[in-house]
Design a protein. Structure first.
Length: 152
């Protein structure tokens, strides 16, 4: 049985709340990000959800932005990816939502994310096709059109 007020119990409630509002993939991503924070938090000897402070959140976000991520490829191999400042947002937003829910439900007096504001990262610019790419597309379409016209 999961103990009321524990990390697991709070994450289960968070998952249920999200499932009524967002797509399944978003539920998984948000819960994974919160769970990643919980693991980091426990490695730093902060086991109780009530003991998390604004500084803990800030230290975690710094850790996320400054530490490479290790990801598994489809073939089972692992590789390192250097994270950047935008990585903070992808962890901050689910944590903010999680702690806001815990406070709104009365399990925390106030969310430790209060006072932390991050701007959503700007979308990467869309680069236009270069003339050589457009020429290659046209040639490909011309070949396909000719192949479709040939009698069988």
């Amino acid at each position: 049985m999961v103990q009321k007020g524990s990390w697991e119990w709070l994450i289960q409630g968070f998952r249920v709340d999200l499932e009524t509002q967002v797509k399944p993939r978003t539920v998984k991503d948000y819960c994974d990000h919160v769970y990643y924070f919980v693991c980091w938090n426990q490695r730093n000897n902060k086991r109780d959800p009530h003991s998390v402070t604004k500084r803990d959140i800030q230290e975690f976000l710094h850790f996320v932005a400054s530490t490479p991520a290790i990801v598994a490829a489809g073939n089972g191999a692992k590789r390192q990816i250097q994270r950047d400042e935008n990585s903070r947002w992808h962890h901050y937003f689910p944590l903010k939502r999680f702690f806001d829910l815990a406070a709104n439900e009365g399990y925390l007096e106030q969310p430790p994310t209060n006072g932390i504001t991050l701007k959503r990262p700007e979308a990467a610019p869309i680069e236009p096709y270069k003339p050589e790419h457009i020429d290659a597309f046209i040639k490909l379409l011309e070949r396909r059109t000719i192949a479709l016209r040939k009698p069988g």
